[in-house]
Design a protein around this ligand. Structure first.
Ligand code: KIV
Ligand code: ZN
Length: 393
């Protein structure tokens, strides 16, 4: 049994911004960009960083390998189909990691097995077991996913999951691949599987939800209430089609509603907003103003009644503190009278830090020159000021 499987109240946060998030059309990232995001995720104390799909391209292999070299405190993971070539490539890519995981998967729903894989269920089961055994030759930390689990047959899931746990999988991930699940039904699937599978206590069960019906976070939380102890998620909910479950919403929901979900994460939420900004600026995907936790209006009060309430006692209209997730509630407006400290703080909120005083001074000089020409300097102006080469996180 893995260590985490024994910690019944620990919720493992598995971030897949760099893999499933990158599968969002138009969101592909360079190796350097992935490293910058991975460093922020490590700082936030994400447990597992899925850095890519090593066999997908030489560039993705290099990205996973570089993230594995640089990241020390989070487990670094590569995705692999349940085939030899993928698993070998993933094993090679995670080799430099302090802690490396191979995440192998195969589809288990009738529709995927018949039309996509064109394989009989027995063959799928055999291939899954072989893949897990093969992956164990590279690392003790193997995750197995039943792709399209939410549309799979219960009895088949029981059989394949029992078999892959016996073969050495320490994490069993049940994806709602097409975002079809509904919270009551999806959560109940976890509860029933955990109860029915004789060796289920030897693995951590994980939820991986897509947002096609806008239910990804609700489905993930329902899974947690029914025994899941890992959730797979992305910053800003980035991901295929309508996206994946959003990390910031899951982490803050679990923290704020501990009365309903008696689990804790390792996440330090103060890094949430800077990481959200960094992902948005790298991918070019803006965050909608009313997005929970990380949207510009998430902690803004407009109506007089709300403002009055908040001024008297913040908790009247605030269930979380903006500062706890990395917002600066003072909302400093930057202009030509702003000082170096305020400008530096704003850069940091955007996930931009400087590796030397000289680099900061240079950026501040450019800021002052621009401020002479504009009334107000916005975040986009600051991002444009530093570009890619002048800073590192
Ligand atoms: O959505 C999905 O099924 C996936 C798997 C590869 C885990 O991303
Ligand atoms: Zn997915």
């Amino acid at each position: 049994m893995s260590d985490a499987a024994t910690q019944k109240d620990k919720l493992v946060i598995f971030d897949t911004t760099l893999r499933d998030g990158e599968q969002s059309p138009g969101a592909s990232m360079t190796r350097e960009e992935k490293i910058r995001i991975a460093k922020m995720l490590e700082k936030m104390r994400v447990d597992v960083i899925e850095a890519g799909f090593a066999i997908a391209s030489p560039g993705d292999f290099e990205s996973v390998r570089s993230v594995a070299e640089v990241i020390k405190d989070s487990t670094v993971c590569s995705l692999a189909r349940a085939v030899k070539a993928d698993i070998e490539r993933a094993g090679e890519a995670i080799k430099p990691a302090n802690s490396g995981r191979i995440h192998t998967f195969i589809a288990t729903s009738p529709i995927h097995m018949q039309y996509k894989l064109q394989m009989e269920p027995e063959k799928v089961l055999e291939q899954a077991v072989n893949a897990v055994k093969m992956a164990r030759n590279f690392t003790d930390n193997v995750e197995f996913s039943c792709e399209d689990a939410s549309r799979s047959e219960f009895d088949f899931l029981c059989r394949i999951i029992e078999a892959v746990i016996d073969a050495g999988a320490g994490t069993i991930n049940l994806p709602d691949t097409v975002g079809y699940g509904e919270p009551g039904e999806f959560g109940a699937m976890f509860g029933s599987l955990i109860k029915a599978i004789p060796n289920s206590d030897k693995a951590i069960f994980s939820a991986h939800c897509h947002n096609d019906l806008g239910l990804a976070v609700a489905n993930s939380l329902s899974a947690v209430m029914h025994g899941a102890r890992q959730v797979e998620c992305t910053i800003n909910g980035l991901g295929e089609r309508a996206g994946n479950a959003s990390l910031e919403e899951i982490v803050m929901a679990v923290k704020t509603r501990h009365d309903l979900m008696p689990v804790t994460t390792n996440i330090d939420p103060v890094h949430i907003v800077p990481t959200s900004r960094l992902v948005s600026s790298i991918t070019g995907f803006p965050v909608q103003p009313n997005k929970a936790i990380v949207g510009a209006n998430a902690f803004a009060h407009e109506s007089g009644i709300h403002q009055d309430g908040v001024l008297k006692f913040r908790e009247t209209y605030e269930i979380m503190k903006a500062e706890d997730v990395g917002w600066n509630t003072n909302k400093l407006v930057l202009g030509k009278h702003s000082g170096r400290a305020a400008v530096k703080a704003r850069f940091e909120e955007l996930g931009i830090t400087f590796d030397s005083q000289e680099a900061l001074n240079e950026a501040f000089g450019r800021f002052k020159a621009l401020a002479d020409k504009k009334h107000e300097i916005f975040d986009e102006d600051l991002q444009a000021l530093v570009g890619d080469s002048t800073h590192e996180v």
